[in-house]
Structure formats: C-alpha cells, structure tokens
Design a protein around this ligand. Sequence first.
Ligand SMILES: NC(=O)c1ccc[n+]([C@@H]2O[C@H](COP(=O)([O-])OP(=O)(O)OC[C@H]3O[C@@H](n4cnc5c(N)ncnc54)[C@H](OP(=O)(O)O)[C@@H]3O)[C@@H](O)[C@H]2O)c1
Length: 249
Amino acid sequence: MTLQRPLVAVVTGAGSGIGLACAGALAARGARCVLVGRRRERLEAAAAGLDGPATVLPADLAEPGEAERVVAETLTAHSRIDVIVHSAGVFEKAAVPEATAAHWQRVMDINLGAVMALTRAAWEALSDSGGQIVLVSSIAAMQAFEGNAAYAASKGGLNALGEVLRLEGRDRGIRVITLCPAQIDTELWDGKAPDSVRDRMMPAAGVGELVADLVGADRRIDIGPVVIRPVRDPWVEPEPRAHRATCQR
Ligand SMILES: NC(=O)c1ccc[n+]([C@@H]2O[C@H](COP(=O)([O-])OP(=O)(O)OC[C@H]3O[C@@H](n4cnc5c(N)ncnc54)[C@H](OP(=O)(O)O)[C@@H]3O)[C@@H](O)[C@H]2O)c1
C-alpha cells in the first residue's frame, strides 16, 4: 500500500538493522526519509539503497543539543515531520555486580533519554502534521532476562513513556506506536548469538514492512503496544522432524 501523501520520516538508527529496514519500507511507500545515526558512511550506504531521495543526518543522539539540531535541520530541508521512528539503541548486557554507573547511564542515555529529547524537540512539528511516533522498544520491557537490568529498565521506561505520549499526543492528532520485538537478526546480536540461532530470528526486512504498514493504517485506529516474536524461540533447538512426528501421534 502506498502512503496517501509523501510523508517526511525521521528514522534513527537508520544505518543498520531495524532502522534501516523501516527506512527501506517507508521509502518504498513514497516517504522522504531523514536518516540519523552516528556513522555517516553507514547512513550514506543506506540512502543509496533506498527508493527515492533521502537526507543523511549524522548525529550522536546521546549528546546534548543533537536532537534539537536534527529537528531544526529536518525542518530546514523538508518543512515538516510526519513520522519519527526511534530505532537507535544499544543492547549491552551486564550482571548486577558488573552493571556500573557508566554502563547504566550509557544505556539510559540512548535508549530512553535520546528518545525523549528528540520527541520533545519535534513535538510542535508533529502536532502541526498530526504525526506519528514509532518507539522501537523490546520484549525485554515485559520479560526478564539475566544480565538485562539496564536494558530492561530502559525499554520498560520506553513503554511507559509511550503511554504518556499517547495520552498527551491524542488531542494533537499524534499517534504513538510502541513495538516490542523479541529476537530480530541484526548486528545487535554480533558476538552474542551463534549463526544457528540468528537464522531462526525474525528478519529485519519483515519488521520494517510491518512498521510501514502500521504507519499507513487508518488514523482512526489507535494502536496499543505491539508484541512480535519469532514463531518458535530461536534459542531452543528445534526437534528433528521425524521425532516431532512420532511425538504428535
Ligand atoms: N535486534 C533485536 O533482536 C531487537 C529486539 C528488540 C528490540 N530491539 C531494538 O531495536 C533497536 C534497533 O536495534 P537493531 O537490532 O536494529 O540493532 P543495530 O543494527 O545495532 O541498530 C542500532 C542503531 O542505533 C544506532 N545508534 C546507537 N547509538 C546511537 C547514538 N548514540 N546516536 C545515534 N544513533 C545511535 C546505531 O548506529 P551508529 O552506531 O552508526 O550510531 C545503529 O544503527 C534498538 O533500540 C534495540 O534495542 C532490537
């Protein structure tokens, strides 16, 4: 489905993984994407692969003032913001004794603080356009995994933030979509999961398509937090077919 008019979509974490997939799917539906992340070369490669023109806007969103600059430069280039996909994030694990204050702060700054900073900076523009905010949260917001203290707290906070944004945004015509995915095969899993497990994760491209479909959904529909997961837990080795058939008899 093509979006009704060309939307201006700011996508963070757009140089890789879910952000890149969302930008790809939105651009394929005619959106003009503004690609945000720290590594310029990754953003330029992403832009080159999109349908249609895209703006590359390198920024470290954990740094003070960067969210405001991203919004100002987007408005200078495009005059409006219709969608923000907040996909920039880090997945750093640490058991409680190793979860230092610096680790905690780093995770909170990008996974939660930067989302609020960018949303606040874009709030008036989103109010003007009746825009949409996509929060890429995680299943970790609601399911505990060992070593996930900071990550889970950041994503749980993101879900809570999403509900407040939904309430405060409603009368401004702003829709909030909180996506809570389980495992998606992206660089986030580099060094954290073997290939055999990654092969059983969700594909980022499919998740991007889903996000673009949700953004394109009838605006009279409010979309609650959306949980998505692979059909089977990728960490659990599937039983051999023959054995499964015997057990089902
Ligand atoms: N993959 C999964 O299984 C999964 C599941 C649930 C939720 N998520 C969430 O999905 C989001 C995207 O992750 P992914 O799986 O697509 O992994 P990814 O490929 O590592 O993407 C993370 C992106 O965030 C950007 N980023 C990190 N720190 C940043 C900063 N300070 N400023 C600006 N950009 C920054 C990175 O680009 P630069 O390094 O160039 O800045 C990168 O493009 C994350 O929020 C993650 O928590 C992922």
